[in-house]
Design a protein. Structure first.
Length: 166
């Protein structure tokens, strides 16, 4: 990663680089740890390969290349195939380098996502309860601040409670 000199990425822990064919060309060690792959495995993959839902990859990548900047949330899959929610910011630099900085979502967001994607009823109840506990813990840590985060927590709590079987 030393050959990439982009100030936007200097303080970032989770960094990836891709080519025009969406193939990974480099990544930070933290990305390898996050996904459970070694570097050589990641460099043999494309964005499509690590995406939980491959159907939106082409459209999002084309928009990113056209606009030169993109950010948002995205669901990857780790080596075991489990969903991993990340927040990302991606740039197309003047030297035609395509790069992104990721940050894993908070624990409660990961648990919430896992519950939403669960199809087995017994596992669903278990995952909902784990997510509700993590949401409650996060709410208690806010001490009345961060109203946007508090609203997200309330929304997630409400959605999970509606999913609980009666």
């Amino acid at each position: 990663m030393l050959e990439h000199q982009h100030p936007e990425l200097e303080s970032e822990k989770y960094v990836v680089f891709v080519d025009a064919a969406r193939r990974y060309t480099d990544c930070s060690d933290a990305v390898c740890e996050l996904l459970g792959y070694d570097r050589s495995e990641i460099l043999n993959k494309t964005i499509d390969d690590l995406s939980f839902d491959r159907t939106s990859v082409f459209r999002l990548f084309e928009k990113y290349v056209r606009e030169g900047l993109q950010d948002g949330e995205y669901i990857l899959k780790d080596k075991a195939g489990k969903p991993l929610l990340i927040k990302y910011r991606a740039w197309v630099f003047n030297d035609h380098c395509n790069a992104a900085a990721w940050s894993p979502a908070e624990k409660w967001e990961q648990l919430y996502l896992a519950a939403l994607l669960e199809l087995d009823l017994d596992a669903l109840v278990h995952k909902i309860n784990l997510a509700l506990g993590a949401i409650r813990k996060r709410e208690l840590s806010l001490n009345g601040h961060y109203s946007e985060v508090r609203q997200k927590l309330r929304d997630a709590n409400s959605a999970l409670r509606k999913l609980l079987p009666r």
